[in-house]
Design a protein around this ligand. Sequence first.
Ligand SMILES: Nc1ncnc2c1ncn2[C@@H]1O[C@H](COP(=O)(O)OP(=O)(O)OP(=O)(O)O)[C@@H](O)[C@H]1O
Length: 435
Amino acid sequence: MSYDYDYIAVWDKVLQSVKAEIGSTSFDIWFPQVKYNTCRNEKIYISVPNTLTKEWIESRYLENMQKTFRDLTQQDINLILTTEPIGKDAYISPLNPKYTFDTFVVGNSNRFAHAACYAVGEAPSRAYNPLFIYGGVGLGKTHLMQAIGHRILANNPKYSVMYVSSEQFTNELIGAIKDDNTPGFRNKYRNIDVLLIDDIQFLAGKERTQEEFFHTFNTLYEANKQLVISSDRPPRNIPTLEDRLRSRFEWGLITDIQIPDLETRIAILRKKAQTDDFNIPYDVLDYIANYIDSNIRELEGALVRLVAYATINDKPLNMATAAEALKDILPPPGPKKITIECIQKEVCKYYDLELSEMLSKKRNKQLVVPRQIAMYICRKLTDASLPLIGDQFGGRDHTTVLHSLDKIDREINEQPELAAVIDQLCKQVDPAYGS
Ligand SMILES: Nc1ncnc2c1ncn2[C@@H]1O[C@H](COP(=O)(O)OP(=O)(O)OP(=O)(O)O)[C@@H](O)[C@H]1O
């Protein structure tokens, strides 16, 4: 047996047996979008819609599914769950219908990026070209990019809009080189009206792909076609990106998405609950939003996990169920205890430092300032005495702490940007700060 259609039939049987085993409620939650994709080198690739589903199935059902598959085929085959498209024609992902401007919540962290994307969606090749969007993992870059695609298509159904991740672009180029069909590849990429290319940082170090992308970029740009590029960092920070590409990315508009504040996180959860018709009390949404603060995908993942848990166990969607369902990823509900350590960690995260550096005796400026800020916040948000703070900062004397507090006090008055950073850090440590 080696044809896809044989394996597809086996896969169907595997699904039937899973359903018989776990019941249709769980099955309908986890399996509707789990599909046979392709067979490559003794491996069967199964597409799953997201990482949460992947992890859930892997940890609970995969072993049995694999066994059933092997029993039915009498072949030593591995099942691989993947969120990436692999199938022969699957290099170009269609747009996700959920990623539109309507479903995107605008807050301070993404207002500018949203406005830029919206303008490009309404006036492709006229507003900003290229448009470069960057921001941390799971903050909405793909969503915004695809929203541009949807809007352009809604206004101009004849446009050919292509969304592709840089990884797919690379894989497809490699495939074309292997099959001696680079003209076909070029033809496809250079005859479109809009190219949305995601996660461009993936091209770092891939010279041949960069070369190809450079020509694709030029051809499209010269033909006045719209380019939208996303990355996890600004062009100047992508290592081993050729200068000629970097400079092209800087020709148009560069816009970033920041980590959302608490209000935006709550608004995103409310919108998601409303769109998916989940009836969840606001205090539960606030609880989730309070603790998951740096990745919207995880924020949504927690919500989905809660709903799945409540459905499977037939429990009400309330705080107690949330605490149970999310106990592995969130601390129990209730006021968060603010400790010196959690302040140190938050400040380290902000300044990209190791905790050990903050507690060390080193006195270079990159360490001294964050250390003094952390001491200042400890004094502000905890009851800790000066000697205790000194002690927990690598055994420093209380006079050192006092000196730090005085210094930051003075600088806050002179430097509004420092005051804003400290304010933001205080909010991160204590979501109730200032309210
Ligand atoms: N402002 C927002 N409003 C509503 N949903 C959002 C918002 N921002 C992000 N999301 C949702 O969060 C999830 C992650 O977003 P997305 O995949 O666009 O992130 P990304 O920045 O492209 O991540 P990566 O760096 O992993 O490529 C998606 O389901 C998206 O719909």
